[in-house]
Design a binder for this molecule. Structure first.
Ligand code: PBG
Length: 324
């Protein structure tokens, strides 16, 4: 049926009609709040490139996570900045490591919140790469062994989900095996299955103090040009037992996210990364865009492309808006 019988504007006439035909919804349940945890007490250090985001000591983390849970956000993801770094990143699997301690505090004080822990070494190595270096390259298979140790240690601390983000081949299988052998067969793995070597991680590296000391991550993270390879990455992680598949970053990769949604039955997550946040914050600060509308439009686009869950630095704030 063509115009003038068909008039698509009829259902756009009032906000009530628009509400009734809205296809995509954003709910606090869809959001995950990332936090950066540092050693010490009463520390709350702003990150200049991420307005409103702080490096938090555990006492502050607990307070923030309480507010986040009150707003209805179901999960938090933790990134730890250890007091000591070494060439292997061994602080990552220490029983009293920063994320392990933060997890125990959260499980104790905010029991309802799902604690997700990033499983990677870039914050823990003195060279800032995501694994063990052999001849100046991140060695895949040696790194796998350490990933297993880190995952077990986080499981013992009580995390609800582990999220490997280092883009090592076989990382999901290695972590699954290590967890199962140690009685953690119920712990889910949220794999950063499709993670691109992106310029949009810039601000995060300031926040997590994880900039590589030399070179870049292009030898393990994906080439932004490749969508077919992204499906192979996701298929490999699915076959190794990933419970949730993530695409990262979100905005420049909505096509990949949408294809992943079509291809797999797994829950799909998308990471609205630091650089995506920084762009909107900077433009809003200059008065160039409406901050609240731009944020909601951004998160809605990620949902529309197929994400069941969105990791976003705006999670708590947006959950409050949605509860209004
Ligand atoms: C690696 C990791 C990174 C991010 C999450 N986990 C950074 C990287 O690969 O350099 C980026 C998140 C963001 O930019 O918000 N552990």
């Amino acid at each position: 049926m063509d115009f003038p019988i068909t008039r698509l504007r009829r259902l756009r006439r009032t906000e009530t009609l628009r509400r009734m035909v809205r296809e995509t919804r954003l709910h606090p349940d869809h959001l995950i709040q990332p936090y950066f945890v540092i050693p010490g007490k009463d520390e709350k250090k702003p990150i200049s490139s991420m307005p409103g985001v702080f490096q938090l000591s555990i006492d502050h983390l607990v307070k923030e996570a309480q507010l986040s849970a009150e707003a209805g956000v179901p999960g938090v993801i933790l990134f730890g900045i250890p007091s000591k770094k070494d060439k292997e990143g061994s602080a990552a699997w220490s029983a009293d490591g920063i994320v392990q301690r933060a997890t125990k505090a959260l499980k104790d004080k905010v029991p309802g919140v799902a604690v997700i822990a990033d499983v990677c070494f870039c914050e823990y190595t003195d060279h800032g790469h995501c694994g063990v270096l052999v001849d100046g390259q991140v060695d895949n298979d040696e790194t796998l062994e350490n990933l297993g140790k880190q995952a077990i240690s986080l499981a013992e601390a009580g995390v609800d989900i582990v999220a490997p983000s280092g883009m090592m081949d076989g990382m999901v299988g290695a972590i699954r095996e290590a967890l199962d052998e140690n009685g953690h067969e119920q712990l889910p793995i949220m794999s950063y299955a499709v993670k691109f070597a992106s310029a949009f991680y810039g601000p995060f590296r300031e926040a997590a103090e994880s900039t590589p000391a030399f070179g870049d991550r292009k030898g393990y993270q994906m080439d932004p040009a490749n969508a077919r390879e992204a499906m192979r990455e996701a298929a490999l992680d699915a076959s190794e037992g990933a419970d949730i598949l993530m695409v990262k970053p979100a905005l420049a990769y909505l096509d990949v996210l949408s294809e992943l949604r079509e291809t797999f039955e797994h829950p799909v997550a998308a990471y609205n990364v630091s650089g995506e946040m920084a762009m909107i914050e900077a433009a809003a600060k200059n008065g160039w865009i409406d901050r609240e509308r731009a944020i909601l439009e951004t998160l809605t686009s990620i949902r529309r492309a197929g994400a069941d869950m969105i990791l976003t630095y705006w999670a708590t704030e947006v959950a409050r808006w949605l509860n209004k």
